[in-house]
Ligand binder design. Structure first.
Ligand SMILES: [Cu+2]
Length: 115
């Protein structure tokens, strides 16, 4: 009789732990998909442009707004002393669009670095 009770207790525990096991899997699966979302958020790439012809802060602002107007551009920092523009774009955005935008604003640009 005691053996039967012990067996039943073991079976019940096994069932509980079995359920918990799949529950944990579900929780893990959940956190996995949320980390995929986080990766989608950082699904950007950085481009460094060398910009020719900038002489003052006005130029910097012109170049910056020209780049920011390009669809897919997330962020842009233009540095006058280094004559560079650090641009964060959504992956898959052609860098030629950025170069064209800068040229249309009256400056020359080329890609110096791509991560
Ligand atoms: Cu200027």
């Amino acid at each position: 009789m005691h053996k039967l009770i012990i067996t039943m207790v073991v079976v019940v525990f096994a069932l509980i732990f079995g359920t918990f096991g799949s529950f944990q899997e579900k929780v893990l699966a959940c956190s996995c998909s949320s980390s995929t979302l986080a990766e989608e958020k950082s699904d950007n790439e950085r481009l460094a442009l060398e910009v020719e012809g900038m002489t003052c802060d006005g130029c910097v602002e012109t170049v910056r707004s020209a780049i920011m107007d390009v669809k897919g551009v997330v962020d842009c920092h233009v540095h006058l002393p280094e004559k560079t523009a650090q641009v964060v774009v959504k992956k898959g955005i052609g860098s030629d669009k950025l170069l064209r935008a800068v040229e249309e604003a009256g400056y020359k640009a080329r890609i110096v670095e791509k991560e």
